[in-house]
Design a protein around this ligand. Structure first.
Ligand code: NAP
Length: 245
């Protein structure tokens, strides 16, 4: 991936951080987007620079259309292009429907689904011009399975799958592939609030008998971003130890 530029939304922590580092290890310059945790983003930039690659941290709320456009513009201006877009930023606000407040519904759909639209909309024109691009959207097994207590999150992640397939059809002729990755349970700050007995129950349902790691997801994303994956588009690839099959 040397000479290529990647933008990873939500690259400051968890899965996004692992993706940013893996793409850098494979040679890409990386824009590390974050919304709040400036120091965490700067630390990822320092790790990437220590690998001998260029990197920049860019604060932007992907749920905001204008900020998403600025994020893409700044990436291209500072790193010289955009070849790989990883729409990873995401949040959870879990509750059973009877307790699910309207603002929890709106917040999750705004970041997880509209955020993907916002950033992709800004990124697609430059990718079309260069007739090459890789877009990888981080969905979730929740979008495939629909767990109880995650109506907002599952709807957002199922939405990402529909969006991925439509864009794969729209952009295939321009040399741009669009794929989704659906991680299973990956211990990060996003999943830190889950109770221990729920975790134990969940683990029993995973054929491979363990939770995933952020690196498990990062390796899959890096493959889909690579030249080797150039004939793959419109797929949803679970990285879940067999949980969703
Ligand atoms: P995480 O550790 O909570 O990290 C979330 C990242 O998203 C942070 O970098 C955060 O930035 C960023 N972010 C949040 N809201 C944002 C916004 N409005 N604009 C820009 N960036 C924003 O989460 P994670 O577990 O790594 O999850 C990453 C992705 O994987 C999400 O899309 C999640 O839904 C998906 N996923 C996770 C799991 C899992 O088990 N962990 C499973 C399936 C799918 P700050 O550091 O600035 O807050």
């Amino acid at each position: 991936m040397s000479g290529q530029v990647a933008l990873v939304t939500g690259g400051s922590r968890g899965i996004g951080r692992a993706i940013a580092l893996e793409l850098a290890r494979r040679g890409a310059a990386v824009a590390v987007n974050y919304v709040q945790h400036d120091q965490a983003a700067q630390a990822v930039v320092a790790e990437i620079e220590a690998l001998g690659r260029r990197a920049i941290a860019i604060q932007a709320d992907v749920g905001d259309f204008a900020q998403a456009a600025r994020l893409v513009k700044e990436t291209i201006r500072t790193l010289g292009g955009l070849d790989i877009l990883v729409n990873n930023a995401g949040i959870v606000r879990d509750a059973l429907l009877l307790r699910l407040r309207e603002d929890d519904w709106d917040a999750v759909l705004r970041v997880n689904l509209k955020g993907v639209y916002n950033v992709t909309k800004a990124a697609v024109r430059p990718m079309m011009r260069q007739r090459h691009g890789r877009i990888i959207n981080i969905s979730s097994v929740s979008g495939l399975m629909g767990p109880a207590g995650q109506a907002n999150y599952a709807a957002s992640k199922a939405g990402v799958i529909g969006l991925t397939k439509s864009l794969a059809r729209e952009l295939g002729g321009r040399g741009i592939t669009v794929n989704a990755v659906a991680p299973g349970f990956i211990p990060t700050e996003l999943t830190a609030a889950l109770e221990d007995d729920f975790r134990a129950q969940l683990k029993q349902q995973i054929p491979l008998g363990r939770f995933g790691t952020a690196e498990d997801v990062a390796h899959t994303v890096a493959f889909l971003a690579s030249e080797e994956a150039s004939y793959i588009t419109g797929i949803v690839l679970p990285v879940d130890g067999g949980l969703s099959m």
